[in-house]
Design a protein around this ligand. Structure first.
Ligand code: NAP
Length: 331
């Protein structure tokens, strides 16, 4: 395992963190809490120290299961809990809400579900256009001063939004989407974070399973799974293009390194300048077996170029993951 020490905090993050969104349903088909719990315990046993969750995942279930797994393993002082604030379920839908009253409630709910009195990395899940960023930043700064959180993060923020936030509060981490097929942050977020010493916790490293190496033209998704029509990458004719790219990338991973596509995709991420951590989304214990094959090798310049050539050939048009963006509250 590789580790990354978060500046100013001393928090030791495994460079692969466990992402806990897909394990608790909502947008991913039905949840299986027993498998989710087993996956959390397996990650702890494998030495993963960073766990990314959010109140929105499974409407609290993700935080609850994580709190139970950490308590049962007796490892609270060896793991880093990263959770988020500022989304709210209203009438069966998730909306952005960074009002002070909701943030205060959101925090108390997270602490209770996680069975802890301090959150290690506390992140604004999405910027809320109805609340001044400076007020959100001031709330997070106050939590840091009070010792309720150890580090401040934001997710889905542009450099301009981070710049405004940093006028009021320190910013330790940013959580953007990034993977072989979704490269938008290379133009702005990644250079900004590098220039300003902000660690990056990368989400969707496997492009929601597309880079897991198991998808075929026959793959189907259960009702409620975002890959059944909401995520444009899984809709034809694009899906077939992505599958052609994954076939070529899988061959390259196997022939050149003896690795799987998932290992190539995450190693590629970890080798990008400015990437601190990849948040691997898993919901079954066997999903984590691949992690041990990530260490002790890296991609050279020639391999990076071969990957670029494959991407250019099969998916020249880059589609951002904007379908995930939740709406603002009704004004
Ligand atoms: P991801 O990690 O790119 O993909 C997760 C999916 O990949 C899994 O559900 C599984 O699909 C598949 N997978 C996992 N391990 C595999 C393996 N070894 N072999 C083959 N397939 C494998 O996507 P993500 O869940 O969107 O992102 C990861 C984490 O980032 C989330 O859990 C969450 O913590 C965070 N995130 C944050 C935001 C935000 O707004 N801040 C947004 C999205 C995600 P199947 O279930 O089909 O097997």
């Amino acid at each position: 395992m590789e580790f990354f020490t978060l500046a100013e905090t001393g928090l030791k993050l495994s460079r692969v963190g466990l992402g806990t969104w897909s394990m608790t349903g909502d947008w991913w088909g039905p949840a299986d809490p027993q498998k989710a719990y087993a996956t959390l315990r397996q990650a702890i046993d494998l030495g993963v120290t960073l766990f990314d969750t959010a109140p929105a995942y499974g409407r609290g279930l993700s935080e609850e299961l994580l709190g139970q797994a950490i308590r049962d393993a007796g490892c609270r002082d060896q793991v880093v809990i990263a959770t988020k604030a500022g989304l709210q379920w209203v009438n069966g839908k998730v909306v952005r809400n960074c009002s002070r009253s909701w943030l205060a409630q959101d925090l108390e709910n997270s602490l209770r579900r996680l069975q802890t009195d301090v959150i290690d990395i506390y992140q604004v899940h999405w910027p809320d256009p109805l609340e001044p960023l400076e007020e959100t930043a001031a709330f997070f700064r106050q939590l840091l001063q009070e010792g309720k959180i150890r580090a401040i993060g934001v997710s889905n923020f542009s450099p301009q939004q981070m710049e405004r936030f940093r006028q009021v509060a320190p910013l330790h981490t940013a959580q953007p989407p990034y993977n072989l097929f979704e490269r938008q942050i290379e133009a702005d977020v990644l250079p900004y974070c590098r220039a300003n010493g902000i660690a990056t916790l990368i989400y969707s490293p496997l492009c929601r399973g597309l880079l897991g190496g198991r998808m075929t033209p026959q793959t189907t998704f259960p009702p409620g799974d975002l890959r059944g029509g909401i995520d444009p990458k899984f809709v034809e004719p694009r899906y077939s293009q992505y599958l052609k790219a994954t076939e070529a990338l899988s061959r390259f991973a196997r022939d050149r390194y003896g690795k799987t596509l998932a290992q190539l995709a995450v190693r590629w991420l970890l080798d990008q300048p400015g990437v601190s951590v990849a948040l691997w989304g898993a919901r079954k214990p066997h999903h984590l077996e691949a992690i041990s094959g990530l260490w002790g090798w890296s991609l050279d310049a020639e391999a990076m170029q071969t990957i670029e050539d494959i991407l250019q050939r099969y998916v020249p048009e880059s589609i951002p993951p904007s379908f995930m963006s939740p709406p603002a509250r009704a004004a």
